[in-house]
Design a protein around this ligand. Structure first.
Ligand code: CA
Length: 422
């Protein structure tokens, strides 16, 4: 296994090993957003590398504030760039960057000096409900275990169209939403009292489809560029009242946080796993002929305001999903829906079998019934103002981490009145 010569890349807990090379968009003090790759403790400036003539192919838009142009260029281009970057960053590889001090100075920037931005121009955001344990737990809380899964659930991925406009990058504060909820004496209005996280995995669509075009599951896999951590902030009290009959609306529309780094399919190739045992055969358009599930560990940590240490509240794994990312995309496109470069598909909350594997507080507190103890003191049923929640996630290949960095958001108090100047 090759390693990188860049500082920090060999550390066993470093997310950004040579095997990873995730893409993001960053800015520095004097210069606006452009594309980069995380390696060790640094971000490699791809605009600088392209300007120095060290990257293959035509202009890939690395000086742009989004990865969309590069993603639209297709799989051959992605493979060529990945191969070139691996050669430039590997110990014993091409010395063009390693032995050029001036270029290293310009192009390798310490991560703590980089400000991260949304990595893609998100065109559409669709959120699914593809985690079986989460669907079972949520259904059990609402309807009892015997009716937990709706009859359609084991036959197709259930989803809804979310808001691309409120997808935000890690570090963006999340304001507690105002909304309408059902109280003991009828509908009432105010700040959500049941603000929650949802630990999810996001897939980024790279190749578009035409209106009316459909995709097989295998084709859908080829249309995906990579994956991000995703926290689908949720207001459970608003959701409970508004959700019938059309599903979530305002309860999910105020913020969805994603990690700044997009980990590519290529990096996760060795983390692929077979799908779950199924209750029933899927219809042919959803059947998969290869392993499209991934072994990526996911965690969530909660830090109350002023806390010295964050408490781990969730440990789960993308392998707990019932539908894979290409199944979500194939199902989405099969009606003829036009998919766009930069579409984001959320998996839905990913929960495992035990309470510490449950991917949201609603499940961990069993609908608000139980206090969830925090390992470093205190407890929660739902989120309080000032709480900060951080998702992390990583696959592993030959001892090197294929990590996603952090997906963090801190809860700000709700607005004090409607319509007041922002
Ligand atoms: Ca969700």
């Amino acid at each position: 296994m090759k390693h990188s010569w860049v500082t920090g890349a060999r550390a066993p807990d470093c997310d950004f090993s040579l095997a990873n090379l995730p893409y993001g968009v960053f800015s520095t003090g004097g210069r606006g957003p452009r594309c980069g790759v995380a390696i060790g403790n640094c971000v490699l400036d791809l605009a600088e590398l392209a300007a120095a003539g060290l990257l293959p192919g035509a202009d890939l838009g690395f000086d742009q504030p989004a990865l969309n142009r590069f993603m639209a260029a297709g799989a051959d281009t992605w493979a060529n760039v990945r191969s070139r970057l691996t050669d430039l960053l590997a110990e014993g590889g091409d010395p063009a960057l390693r032995e050029n001090a001036a270029l290293r100075e310009r192009a390798l920037i310490s991560l703590d000096k980089a400000r991260m931005h949304l990595p893609v121009d998100v065109k559409g955001y669709t959120d699914f409900y593809a985690g079986r344990q989460h669907a079972f737990n949520s259904g059990s809380i609402l309807r009892g275990p015997e009716n937990a899964l709706t009859p359609n659930w084991t036959h197709m991925p259930i989803g809804y169209n979310g808001r691309a406009s409120t997808v935000v990058v890690s570090g963006t504060p999340v304001r507690r939403p105002l909304g309408q909820v059902m109280g003991a004496d009828g509908p009432k209005f105010g700040p959500s009292q049941r603000l929650d996280i949802e630990v999810e995995f996001g897939a980024i669509v790279a190749l578009p489809t035409e209106l009316g075009q459909t995709l097989t599951v295998a084709e859908a896999w080829d249309h995906l560029f990579g994956f991000v951590l995703l926290n689908d902030w949720s207001a459970r009290d608003i959701q409970r009242w508004e959700g019938q009959p059309l599903g979530p609306f305002q309860s999910k529309a105020f913020a969805t946080s994603i990690s700044p780094w997009v980990v590519t399919r290529a990096a996760l190739e060795q983390c692929r796993r077979p799908g779950p045992k199924r209750d029933n055969d899927l219809l042919p358009y959803l059947q998969e002929e290869a392993d499209y599930f991934l072994d990526v560990k996911l965690e969530a940590h909660l830090a109350p305001e002023g806390a010295a240490e964050a408490s781990r509240i969730v440990q789960t794994n993308t392998a707990y999903l019932y539908y894979s990312a290409p199944q979500l995309l194939a199902h989405h496109a099969v009606c003829g829906c036009r998919m766009q470069t930069g579409d984001l598909l959320g998996s839905g909350t990913i929960s495992g079998p035990e309470r510490q594997n449950f991917g949201c507080l609603m499940e961990q507190s069993w609908g608000g019934r139980d206090e969830v103890a925090l390992e470093h003191g205190g407890s929660r049923i739902f989120l309080q103002d000032g709480d900060s929640v951080t998702l992390t996630g990583w696959g592993e290949v030959d001892g090197q981490r294929i990590g996603f960095g952090r997906c963090e958001g801190r809860i700000l108090p709700a607005p004090t009145q409607v319509g007041k100047a922002f």
